[in-house]
Design a protein around this ligand. Structure first.
Ligand SMILES: Cc1cc2nc3c(=O)[nH]c(=O)nc-3n(C[C@H](O)[C@H](O)[C@H](O)COP(=O)(O)O)c2cc1C
Ligand code: SF4
Length: 489
């Protein structure tokens, strides 16, 4: 993963002091929140985290139930189930909601969270669409099979335009890096060096041209299934490297009314949201996660994000969750046989900042951006709750987000993975028992390798018996249970 060149090391800390039980009972963080269909018992949130626990066909496993059950025992205000695919197409061990057959499994997640949180935590599911991406090919495979040979390729290697395709392929295979740059287009070079990746701007492909026709219906059907399964709501994934974020991005140059200027880029996002809202009704929470900044050259910045936020919230959203970066555009070149991973470049760092950082540090990097976006909403009389994430791990930070009107809900992703009991510990005056995340991104490295995600603070701790383990038997799959020692007055 990319790291800031300054290489300043930071350590998460309790900040000032953890609140006593009494202080926590009057803290804004632990007050309920109500807006439109959204009802939270407190203003804390576990944002979506893919754990690589589903079946290969996208069905819910017992490990998925344990994963969400474990977060629920910590009783956060809300949990967002990982990015879940809205299409009925193979996508590896990631959850899917693209067919009614997924509903019973998802229902089990809902039941488990209700039981384990004693009905305290609300449960949302993140709905995602993504485009096709292939692993980086070996040069032999690329030139031997994948490259679509064009007459220009033949000419470039000194052959006749009508030369035998196999001969052209054999000649291309012999070219060095500089020569290839002359002969191949930018996209062909990218497919060779990073693996083929579709973009929303590939208008020559019918299924890409048709995305605006298909996606509103696909998202709406998925949201209806989420409602049937008993979730409290959905979060539409308009962030990071995926389809909807690509439509919102400044890099979207589509010329069919769904790209170009701001309004064109927002059009599909609004149409999808409207389709979802009308399919599920106003008693079901519909929120959106967007990027406060894409953090890539030529990408959307805070001004775009602010305009998107105003447009989406103005159309009736129940919450707006903010993330940052996480794009393919600046990702590291993968090894042959691996797929490019959108959290390996600078934008990836901004999404999940690690402990090796710059002068600004990894904690609360999204705070100024979120504050700007929220204040633009309020200036427009839009009261939509804003969910803020990014390096938040202690009570003072969380309190500050609310007190300084940065956001309305505080999200802890890696800190909740490091210690799922953060919420109940802090609320009951036992903050000093919190295990602080070290922001090493060990968990994120596992995600990159498509391995079951665990935390290094607890995954080799077998002191409580024989918990369920990863497929290689080396790591436990969920954090050990916490046994409260005392209740601080
Ligand atoms: C293992 C892992 C998986 C993640 N999966 C998702 C995901 O499915 N959807 C999403 O929007 N963000 C995902 N994220 C990003 C987090 O939701 C969050 O925005 C990010 O980690 C920054 O918050 P933090 O500093 O509290 O960890 C993931 C993060 C991690 C560490
Ligand atoms: S592995 Fe654990 S300690 Fe390290 S960043 Fe992930 S959650 Fe934090």
């Amino acid at each position: 993963m990319w790291k800031p060149p300054q290489r300043v090391k930071y350590k998460a800390s309790p900040g000032g002091s953890w609140p006593s039980r009494q202080e926590a009972s009057s803290a804004q963080l632990f007050e309920p929140l109500s807006f439109q269909a959204l009802r939270l018992n407190e203003r804390t949130w576990v944002p979506a985290m893919v754990p690589w626990r589903a079946e290969d066909d996208g069905a819910v496993t017992a490990d998925n139930l344990d994963w969400y059950g474990r977060f629920a025992r910590g009783q956060p205000g809300a949990i967002v189930v990982e990015a879940t695919g809205i299409r009925d197409i193979p996508s590896g061990p990631l959850l899917r909601i693209g067919h009614d057959r997924y509903v019973p499994g998802l229902e089990q997640i809902v039941q488990r969270v209700r039981e384990e949180s004693k009905g305290y935590s609300k449960l949302f599911i993140q709905l995602i669409d993504f485009l096709s991406i292939k692993r980086r090919p070996a040069a032999e495979a690329y030139f031997g099979r994948f490259l679509k040979v064009r007459p220009e390729h033949a000419q470039a290697v000194g052959l006749d335009e009508a030369a035998d395709e196999a001969k052209v392929r054999a000649h291309l295979m012999l070219l060095g890096g500089d020569e290839l740059e002359e002969v191949l287009t930018t996209r062909e070079l990218e497919s060779l060096r990073y693996g083929y990746r579709e973009r929303v701007t590939d208008m020559e492909l019918e299924h890409i041209r048709d995305l605006p026709k298909q996606l509103p219906e696909l998202f709406a059907a998925a949201a209806v299934r989420a409602k049937k399964a008993g979730f409290d709501g959905v979060e539409l994934h308009y962030a990071h490297a995926y389809t909807m974020a690509s439509f919102l991005s400044r890099t979207n140059t589509r010329d069919d009314g769904y790209g170009g200027a701001l309004k064109g880029r927002q059009r599909l996002a609004l149409e999808v949201m409207e389709a979802v809202l009308s399919a599920v009704g106003r008693d079901f929470v519909v929120g959106v996660r967007i990027l406060a900044d894409e953090c890539i050259d030529g990408g959307s910045d805070l001004s775009d994000a602010t305009a998107h936020a105003v447009a989406l919230c103005g159309a009736g959203l129940d919450f707006l969750s903010l993330s940052r970066g996480g794009k393919f555009d600046d990702a590291k070149q993968p090894k042959v046989g691996e797929a490019v991973y959108p959290y390996t470049g600078m934008s990836g760092y901004e999404c999940m900042p690690g402990y090796i950082s710059d002068e600004q540090g990894p904690f609360g990097r999204n705070v100024p951006l979120a504050k700007h976006i929220r204040s633009a909403l309020r200036n427009d009389s839009l009261l939509t709750p804003v969910v803020v994430a990014g390096g938040i791990h202690n009570f003072d930070q969380a309190k500050g987000v609310l007190a300084e009107e940065v956001g309305d809900v505080v999200a802890l992703a890696r800190q909740a993975l490091a210690d799922p009991d953060w919420f109940i510990k802090v609320r009951t005056g036992q903050g000093d028992a919190v295990n602080l995340c070290e922001y090493t991104n060990y968990c994120e490295g596992l995600d990159q390798k498509h391995k079951q995600v665990t935390c290094q603070l607890w995954d080799r701790d077998f002191s409580d018996g024989d918990p369920s383990r990863t497929s290689d038997g080396k790591r436990r799959l969920v954090a050990p249970d916490w046994r409260p020692i005392h209740i601080q007055k």
